[in-house]
Ligand binder design. Structure first.
Ligand code: ADP
Ligand code: ZN
Length: 292
């Protein structure tokens, strides 16, 4: 069995070919330029293999309802040229194979779920957040991706403002100070005029960041009661998550019984965003089985 994986991001498309054991056979990284140029390269790459299915984990928002007229589209993205591009139909026409379509974070969440199943600490539910150029989250409950009317948009929830962060307006073009507007990577440039990577962990801004991310973890905990919350993306690091666990513990204040927070709030099992690739292989495999 050969399964194709696309992790479609705003800066790059990571395309991979794998097998039913989730082993990566080959991989290529293509820059996200204009849709026609990028997708032509994607198609050329996958035409070199005899794929049984393809799974796409894409930046969004995207239309994932099969009943929608624009199923398979990237919809209202601010990414120039990519609005209303029907990535699924373009690839379907060119490759003529079954395609699974979901968000980047749902794909990553599914990959972490599958990886946990193969580990000594399997879980049947988890939530995956990315804190990068944007913020997004995807949930797996009892092995199923959550979302009916569309996919989750966990990055755009509102959080209570930190008392030392009242002046900052937030940078979400839709909601200003939603979670993404307060903690995405570009907020470092907006608050401090410097890149996040160069801001020392001693800087108070990290306490402010942690206060918001811990609230997201608290709400996720209270609403879904998952077994685990994974944080990926460029902004996340183990020292930062240490702060988040401490803040979360204080916010929960003993209200609900919690597992060991070191195991509950974690970095992804796979570095460099490989979770989405593994998730894609598993979702592509599931698609082949369900079509049989
Ligand atoms: P994307 O979300 O575009 O797929 P990433 O998850 O790598 O990509 O996130 C990129 C964002 O993370 C950028 O805004 C970048 O400035 C920020 N970033 C990268 N490294 C760090 C770091 N060490 N600390 C804080 N922010 C960082
Ligand atoms: Zn928002």
């Amino acid at each position: 069995m050969l399964i194709g994986s696309i992790e479609a991001g705003g800066t790059k498309f990571v395309c991979a070919v794998g097998d039913e054991e989730y082993r990566i056979k080959d991989e290529i990284v293509l820059p996200t330029t204009m849709p026609e140029e990028t997708l032509t390269k994607v198609i050329d790459y996958f035409k070199g293999y005899k794929l049984d299915s393809l799974s796409i984990a894409s930046f969004g928002p995207i239309e994932i309802r099969k009943t929608a007229a624009n199923y398979g589209c990237i919809t209202t993205t601010p990414k120039a040229g990519w609005q209303n591009v029907n990535i699924v139909s373009i690839l379907q026409t060119a490759l003529d194979i079954p395609i699974f379509f979901t968000t980047d974070v749902n794909g990553a969440a599914y990959g972490e779920y599958i990886a946990s199943k193969l580990s000594e600490t399997p879980v049947s539910s988890l939530v995956y957040y990315t804190i990068g150029t944007g913020v997004g989250g995807g949930a797996i409950l009892e092995g199923k991706i959550v979302g009916s009317l569309g996919h989750s948009e966990m990055g755009h929830v509102f959080v209570k403002r930190h008392p030392d962060d009242i002046e900052f307006q937030g940078i979400c073009p839709y909601h200003n100070d939603c979670l993404e507007g307060l903690v995405s990577g570009p907020t470092f440039e907006a608050r401090l005029s410097q890149k996040g990577a160069s801001v020392s962990l001693e800087n108070h801004v990290w306490d402010i960041m942690s206060y918001y991310v811990a609230q997201a973890a608290m709400q996720t905990t209270l609403i879904l009661r998952p077994e685990k919350i994974v944080f990926g993306g460029g902004v996340t690091s183990e020292p930062f998550l240490k702060k988040v666990r401490k803040d979360l513990n204080a916010m929960l204040n003993g209200y609900v019984e919690m597992p060991n927070l070191d195991k509950y709030i974690t970095m992804p099992m796979f570095a460099n965003n490989k979770s989405a690739t593994i998730g894609n292989f598993a979702l592509g495999k599931k698609l082949i089985k369900s079509n049989k």
